[in-house]
Design a protein around this ligand. Structure first.
Ligand SMILES: *Cc1c(COP(=O)(O)O)cnc(C)c1O
Length: 391
């Protein structure tokens, strides 16, 4: 049979139906599963026969979400976790040992930075950061004990775009696992495996759910790597709940249409703000002025749903601008149907010194907008009136 297109797989990948022949997949809220005989139970436990055992290992809702994400990412296998960070962490902890080394892009999500710099070193795993534009730096950073290259693209909150084809070739040349956090793009906008990634992590909490309802995460990739992830997770227990897996699988049915609209709205907003007199450095991977525009064009279908800019006037102006918004939400999440505006310097990155913030390109006036699905005219007018009121 011919292979289905993305939208079709996102809708038609479904768990087996029960005797009720339900159209929409039911929610399997059960901690364990039963067997007809001791012999059948033995063979399922021994992996000789397919079957579910215990929802910490997997569950029909878990499997549907995983199977669907594997199809969408072009991956062999996957494992779904309670949060995005559980997935990112399992990707390190299941595959690396004391004495191993990671090469990572410098601009990454705050909690991932904490894992790499505070948690993994306690277990003898160290990391070297490379700046996004330092192409020679990637190879220079590789040591004899480097086992993984980690990149987040586009990055949170800097919106740096990393050339996955370039990094993928380097990983192949040196026989290193290439792990990509694909949270900002989703498989609809880019498929890291097509560029040489062996492991892809996601926060389901963001665009995959897309409605700010549940936490979740997933790792997909080469079967051999995911087998190790499964062994690690089966015993350490970060599995996603059946309810959240059910929600996320349902959400994926609409991922393509949602992402198209998020991206179209974001491009319109970016075009409108690019030359605004009250703003500097309007950054959007779909704008020709973005420093990595060409790379984004090569590996992404569209520019994504996030924009950053700097309001003139630094920290105080940044906070005043947020206070003046009438519709956009002030909240920590992103990837929601509602437009969300955040000011990293006074919130998520408030504990960093000015110097540390500069190292990851977070200026005092930086604002991040997760562009929602409201009518774009209303989003633009809320941001424009808040800029006028706060000047
Ligand atoms: C939010 C986020 C995560 C973590 O996901 P949670 O579901 O919040 O644990 C990881 N990576 C990126 C890029 C994120 O934006």
């Amino acid at each position: 049979m011919k292979e289905n297109q993305f939208e079709t797989d996102a809708i038609r990948t479904q768990a087996e139906r029960s005797q009720h022949r339900e159209h929409s997949v039911p929610l399997y809220l059960t901690s364990s599963f039963t067997y007809d005989s001791a012999e059948q139970m033995r063979s399922v436990f021994a992996d000789e026969e397919e079957g579910f055992i215990y929802s910490r290992f997997n569950n029909p809702n878990f499997s549907e979400f995983v199977d669907k994400m594997c199809k969408l990412e072009g991956a062999e296998a996957g494992y779904a976790t309670a949060t995005g960070m559980a997935a990112v962490y399992a990707g390190f902890a299941a595959l690396l040992s004391a004495g191993d080394h990671i090469v990572s892009c410098r601009s990454i999500f705050g909690s991932t930075h904490t894992v790499l710099t505070k948690i993994l070193p306690r277990f003898g795993i160290t990391t070297t950061y490379v700046d996004v534009d330092d192409y020679e730096g990637w190879e220079k950073a590789i040591q004899p004990n480097t086992k993984m290259i980690f990149v987040e693209t586009p990055s949170n909150p800097g919106l740096d775009v990393i050339d996955m084809e370039f990094v993928g070739k380097l990983a192949e040349k040196h026989g290193i696992i290439f792990h990509v956090d694909n949270c900002f793009a989703t498989p609809y906008l880019q498929r890291p495996i097509d560029f040489g990634a062996h492991l892809v992590s996601h926060s389901g909490t963001k665009w995959l759910d897309g409605q700010g309802r549940v936490m979740g995460g997933i790792l997909v990739g080469d079967k051999k790597l995911i087998d190790a992830v499964y062994t690690f997770c089966r015993s350490t227990g970060p599995a996603i709940s059946p309810f959240n897996a059910w929600i996320l699988s349902k959400s994926l049915e609409t991922l393509a249409v949602r992402m198209d609209r998020h991206c179209d709205n974001a491009l319109k907003l970016a075009n409108c703000l690019e030359h605004h007199p009250e703003l500097d450095n309007v950054r959007y991977p779909g704008l020709m002025s973005h420093p990595h525009y060409k790379v984004a064009q090569k590996q992404m279908k569209k520019g994504g749903g996030l924009i950053t800019f700097e309001v003139k006037g630094g920290m105080e102006r940044g906070k005043k601008f947020l206070d003046a918004l009438l519709m956009c939400s002030l909240t920590a999440n992103l990837g929601d149907s509602r437009t969300i505006v955040t000011h990293p310097a006074s919130t998520t990155h408030a504990k960093l010194t000015e110097e540390e913030r500069q190292a990851v390109s977070i200026s005092a006036g930086l604002v991040r907008v997760s562009v929602g699905l409201e009518n774009i005219a209303d989003i633009i007018s809320d941001i424009e009136q808040a800029l006028a009121k706060s000047s």
